[in-house]
Design a binder for this molecule. Structure first.
Ligand code: ADP
Ligand code: ASP
Ligand code: MG
Length: 466
């Protein structure tokens, strides 16, 4: 089998987990599988890089840079010492050279007091740069031939949208020609989360973007399957950190996973399904710390839909924007003006609901975009198209997902009756036309309780015979 395996930050957080990764890969190679690897930064490193990029803009001298670089050196050298003891000396030089580059760019940002989206993107890829080296060296320790490639060398070509770049079809042939000849001879260890523009500038694919790298690369090499290795047994009926009796879902469709990840299920990056879906490539989510567990298979269509609802997710980093005004009634073009203004400011709208009187439109957006959205819509007030625009961060968006809802009568009734009985007030409702998702908005403090009530209502912790 040709497999694209992605190991997330939780799976490669220290020497012990890196050794596990090597064991898993070695077993597959021994069976004759062709493997390409995508690795993320070690857990927490990307957050630290984002923080230091902002910090160097503000700190008086450069004293914040040295200790930070030292902490990265220690952490990654410790992982190498534990996972590749015979290669410490040769790899030390490579680690040093990466750290010199990073320190150089941090100093430059500090001197110029200028952090452009380009330089930020470059800085935040250093977690992947260091960790791919760690994993590749650990493979060599196990006598598995391996080679580090950055996302650009692996052939990922993206748009210029720094921080949220999207893969371009131009990369596909490039990925194939660069990676396929290596397979079976060596294991490409590819830095996740990054690509580059046609002109060669480094871009990043959005937080958790290594999942997206895996899908782009898996599709590019025509992998038989893409395996996403993480720290839980698979995609679960809800976030196990919130719902302790959440259950692993044995198989789930591409569309269902897209909805789940869009509404906050951190286990997959929302855009990572599309490239696999286009080619009908099965994606499997598995646990690095429990590899015997079959995990979750993500496929086009799950044949037996024994459950109406499969999973419940919620996201609380959102804001509700309400646009009101009697002048909106029966007036063509208001909705267009609203969405154009938001699109011009690159505000991503997650949910929309319009009152039947047409005097009110409510939107759910990421809370980080609240100010930009309000600013964008203020112009519509000035132009007399709407009367007022208000916003509220005290909200959470909840999504109930399951392909079994297609054509099943009464799921909405069951959801809202259960919530009514539980005393949860629903602020806004929206049903996507895909019918695999009913999403709605509650007060932020009610979010976790809402998920609990619905998880119980649909008995999602009980075994299901699929
Ligand atoms: P990785 O470092 O492997 O990319 P992430 O932390 O990004 O791992 O994603 C895995 C985490 O996603 C799990 O530890 C779990 O807490 C969280 N999660 C949220 N919702 C779900 C869900 N529905 N199913 C499984 N995991 C979920
Ligand atoms: N390291 C990146 C992040 O933390 C990408 C990833 O983990 O998938 O967002
Ligand atoms: Mg992740």
């Amino acid at each position: 089998m040709r497999l694209l395996m992605k190991f997330g930050g939780t799976s490669v957080a220290d020497a012990g987990s890196v050794r596990r990764v090597v064991e898993i890969v070695s077993e597959h190679i021994a069976k004759g599988d062709e493997i390409a690897l995508v690795v993320s930064a070690q857990r927490g490193v990307t957050d630290q890089l984002i923080a230091i990029a902002d910090e160097v803009m503000e700190c008086q001298g450069t004293e914040c840079i040295g200790p930070f670089i030292e902490s990265l050196r220690l952490r990654h050298m410790r992982a190498i010492e534990g996972a590749a003891p015979d290669h410490i000396d040769e790899v030390r030089t490579a680690v040093e050279s990466i750290l010199v580059d990073l320190a150089g760019i941090l100093h430059a940002v500090h001197q110029l007091r200028e952090l452009t989206p380009r330089s930020r993107d470059y800085i935040i890829t250093f977690g992947e740069r260091l960790n791919a080296l760690v994993v590749c060296t650990a493979m060599k320790q196990a006598k598995v031939p391996a080679l580090v490639l950055d996302g650009c060398e692996a052939g990922i070509v993206t748009t210029e949208q720094h921080g949220e770049a999207m893969a371009l079809p131009a990369g596909e042939a490039r990925i194939r020609s660069r990676l396929v000849p290596l397979l079976g001879k060596t294991v490409p260890v590819i830095m996740g989360f990054m690509g580059c523009t046609g002109g060669g500038t480094v871009t990043t694919l959005g937080r958790s973007g290594s999942d997206y790298s895996a899908a782009i690369l898996g599709s590019g090499i025509d992998a038989d399957e893409i395996w996403i290795w993480t720290d839980v047994d698979g995609i679960m009926s809800s976030d196990p950190r919130l719902i302790s009796d959440a259950r692993v879902i044995p198989s789930i469709s591409y569309l269902e996973v897209m909805e789940l990840s869009f509404f906050g299920a951190k286990v997959m990056h929302p855009r990572s399904i599309e490239p696999a879906m286009r080619k009908n490539l099965p994606v499997r989510v598995k646990n690095t710390f429990n590899p015997a567990h079959p995990g979750t298979a993500i496929i086009r269509k799950v044949t037996c839909e024994s459950r109406v609802v499969k999973a419940i997710t919620y996201i609380d980093r959102v804001a509700a924007v309400n646009i009101n005004g009697a002048q909106m009634i029966g007036r063509p073009g208001v909705a267009r003006a609203i969405f154009s203004a938001l699109a011009e400011h690159e505000v991503n709208v997650m949910m929309i609901s319009q009152g039947s009187s047409e005097a009110n439109i409510s939107l759910i957006i990421e809370d980080s975009q609240e100010e930009v959205a309000i600013e964008a819509l203020r112009d519509l007030v000035h132009r007399g198209l709407v009367r007022e625009v208000t916003s509220n961060r005290d909200v959470a968006a909840v999504a109930v997902v399951g392909a079994g809802m297609i054509g099943a009568v009464g799921t909405g009734g069951r959801i809202f009756t259960a919530l009514g009985n539980g005393g949860v007030n629903v602020i806004m409702i929206s049903q996507g036309s895909s019918e695999v998702n009913i999403s709605f908005v509650v007060r932020k403090e009610d979010g976790p309780r809402t998920v609990r009530i619905l998880h119980d209502e649909f008995r999602l912790s009980e075994e299901c015979h699929e």
